[in-house]
Design a protein around this ligand. Structure first.
Ligand code: ZN
Length: 273
């Protein structure tokens, strides 16, 4: 099984490298992208439904063209991911941030506000049936769901209201101090803490025995934590939010000091939001 995983990882890295030198024309074909910046930016709102669909299908041709049929051999019959991620559905947040091939490596569940209770069955599947050894609750900077939950969303659809209502408990911890932007950022992290605690109760036996870990993280593309844009910042491990204790957690022993500094929230415990 380990050999299989290594093969997946190797193929993933090969794929990542091949994609890096083969930039998609998705943005430029629509005529609205930011060309020449070396990355995809699609002005999706300006694209018609037909253009959007055709771009997606052509994109799949691009994907298919970079994978020979042997690539799929490794997971024809079963999946063996090690990581379950509950992420926000936000289009700025994708598994590409992990820098590995997500296929067969990451079991990802997405909804607005990265909430376990709104997709509990899917999270259960990743944790109890696959079973993944790490459940990561991943919030992100500028989360629209958190912003909406902080605001009056009474005119939203019943479906949206239902999914935002479950964030009310998190908003109760908002003390109203600071600017809206500061409170927004704090509430993103409060939500991650809330979801981690929820998961720790749900999978109490597995967490206590060390069979699995629940990790809280923020994907920060605004550099709010000072780790650089695009950094994955670890803010919680199994309910522990003290950065010094997180840095010393055995789960992170494979990281060097600079990695720890670059990926663990550096706030002092007294500054806990
Ligand atoms: Zn979000």
């Amino acid at each position: 099984m380990a050999k299989k995983m290594h093969r997946n990882l190797f193929l993933g890295l090969t794929l990542a490298a091949s994609l890096l030198v083969t930039p998609t024309t998705y943005a430029s074909e629509g005529g609205h992208g930011h060309e020449g910046q070396g990355h995809e930016v699609v002005a999706a709102k300006a694209m018609s439904p037909a253009d959007t669909l055709v771009a997606a299908i052509k994109g799949n041709d691009n994907f298919k063209g970079h994978h020979d049929s042997h690539y799929f051999d490794a997971y024809q019959e079963e999946q063996i991911p090690g990581l379950t991620v509950i992420s926000c559905a936000d289009s700025r947040v994708h598994t590409s941030l992990f820098g590995m091939d997500p296929n067969n490596n990451i079991f990802i569940i997405r909804n607005i506000g990265n909430q376990i209770s709104n997709s509990e069955g899917s999270v259960d599947y990743g944790v109890r049936h696959l079973p993944c050894k790490v459940l990561m609750v991943m919030g992100h900077s500028s989360c629209g769901a958190i912003k909406a939950a902080m605001s009056n969303y009474s005119r939203e659809t019943p479906g949206i209201k239902k999914e935002l209502n479950s964030l009310r408990k998190v908003m109760l911890k908002d003390d109203g101090k600071g600017s809206f932007k500061e409170r927004w950022a704090k509430n993103v992290e409060r939500n991650v803490d809330y979801q981690v605690n929820y998961a720790c109760k749900l999978y109490n036996e597995k967490v206590k025995s060390g069979e699995m870990a629940v990790v809280g993280a923020i994907y920060d593309f605004n550099n709010l934590y000072g780790k650089g844009r695009g950094a994955l910042v670890i803010t919680n491990i199994n309910g522990e939010t003290n950065p010094n204790k997180i840095m010393n957690d055995s789960l992170l022993k494979g990281l060097g000091n600079s990695d720890l500094i670059n990926h663990v929230s550096s706030r002092a415990p007294g500054e806990k939001w």
